[in-house]
Design a protein around this ligand. Structure first.
Ligand code: FMN
Length: 399
């Protein structure tokens, strides 16, 4: 089926290149609907884009709709990508702040499609801390960027801020479109969050995992078209739309849910921080302080990754996470072997790293080949890098 891209056009001098972006998508067989900001329509007539696209350019949010539909909601559902090129500092700021006062900014909030932004502005504007903060905020939400280039700016200055070349924008857009179905027909199982091992109804043994990494991974699996099952320990996060979420508390409950879902899964990503220990004895009623002695006996919880590693069929890909405070790589390599996993994602934790934060720096280790390092990036971005690698490994496995 033909895919549709909404091309958002805002009022930057780089606007003249938007026609080339439109053409580039069309040449690749993609349908383009153009959405201009009212200010962009003061720089170039919408008619130019309408005649190139073969559909009416949308500018006015309150225009009488052709059919009995709310246009921005209908378009939000129809598109596979929102590509904004050129994006002004203003549009980027509005996206980052959740302002929806014209068609384009309302569409941004209304769509679940991936968003690609190609900024274009004068160097002082692009390097302004406010603009940089807005870009960082959007990146953390999963918005992707085509970096502006250095060179001659239309305002006459030299420097950073020139809109990237249309070919580069189209190439990036097509790459994202390709990804939206790359896991179609595949079932992905993701675990997330901590587990809680109770002592009594009000006390438990756990860890500071927020579940953010696992939830982002589940969101990415859904975005790539996979049937996604998320098995989550207690978190304060909203389950990702499109995933079937199973909520559990203890390691034993997580094991049960994983073993049930495992036979159907093609890819299993174990991002949960399962508690390694639980109390040997639990109580039904809250224990008084005096009832608890100086030591409490603990025992090991089930090793879920190892259990799945033993059951793994040749076509299944098993990914483990190794959260370590020291000797991260050595521990992760050992875990990869012992648990019969295919990939191990290692991250350093403790001292404010990884647990509970929005950013992560991961290293991906396979049985063979060099270690892939991501550097610090948002968990949203890290989930993309991890799934790109998972897809590459799965292809190798099935070849
Ligand atoms: C001729 C002209 C060129 C402009 N070029 C840019 C630009 O390249 N980048 C930018 O961020 N703003 C640029 N601006 C300023 C924006 O148009 C202005 O911030 C506007 O409010 C943005 O509206 P919009 O984001 O809704 O299109 C330009 C303005 C004019 C008049």
């Amino acid at each position: 089926m033909k895919k549709t891209v909404a091309l958002g056009v805002s009022s930057s001098v780089g606007i003249y290149k938007a026609c080339e972006v439109l053409r580039g998508f069309q040449k690749a067989g993609v349908e383009v609907r153009v959405v201009m900001t009212p200010n962009a329509a003061r720089l170039i007539s919408p008619l130019l884009f309408s005649s190139l696209a073969g559909t009416r350019t949308i500018v006015d949010l309150f225009e009488e709709p052709e059919a009995r539909t709310i246009q921005h909601v209908a378009l939000a559902k129809e598109i596979s990508l929102l590509c904004v090129a050129p994006a002004t500092a203003n549009v980027i700021g509005k996206f980052a702040g959740g302002v929806a006062d014209d068609f384009l900014t309302t569409l941004f909030l209304a769509t679940r499609a991936p968003v690609l932004v190609a900024p274009a502005m004068n160097e002082a504007m692009v390097l302004h801390p406010r603009t940089q903060a807005n870009i960082a905020r959007l990146r953390a939400l999963g918005v992707e960027f085509v970096e502006p280039a250095q060179g001659y700016l239309a305002c006459g200055d030299q420097g950073w801020g020139r809109l990237a070349e249309p070919e580069a924008i189209v190439r990036e857009g097509l790459r994202i479109l390709g990804r939206t179905e790359s896991l179609k027909g595949t079932t992905v199982l993701v675990t997330a969050g901590p587990t809680r091992e109770p002592l009594d109804p009000v006390r438990f043994l756990s860890n500071p995992s927020s579940g953010k990494m696992g939830y982002e991974l589940a969101r990415e699996a859904v975005a790539r078209g996979a049937k996604t099952i998320l098995i989550s320990g207690p978190t304060s996060l909203i389950p990702p739309a499109g995933a079937r979420t199973v909520l559990v508390n203890t390691a034993a409950e997580m094991e049960k849910a994983c073993l049930k879902a495992f036979p159907k899964a093609d890819i299993v990503v174990m991002a949960a921080a399962v508690s390694d220990f639980r109390f040997k004895e639990t109580r039904d009623r809250k224990a008084a302080k005096g009832e608890i002695g100086p030591s409490l006996a603990v025992e090991k919880t089930p090793d879920i990754l190892a259990a799945l590693g033993r059951r793994k069929k040749p076509g299944q890909l098993l990914v483990g996470f190794a959260a370590e405070t020291h000797d991260v790589l050595a521990h992760a390599r050992k875990k990869l072997e012992v648990k019969n996993a295919d990939l191990m994602v290692a991250n350093a934790v403790g001292n404010g790293r990884a647990f509970g934060t929005d950013d992560n720096a991961v290293r991906i280790i396979a049985r063979k080949g060099p270690v892939q390092e991501t550097g610090t990036m948002s968990k949203r971005e890290a989930s993309r890098v991890i799934f790109d690698r998972i897809e590459a490994e799965l292809e190798k496995k099935r070849r």
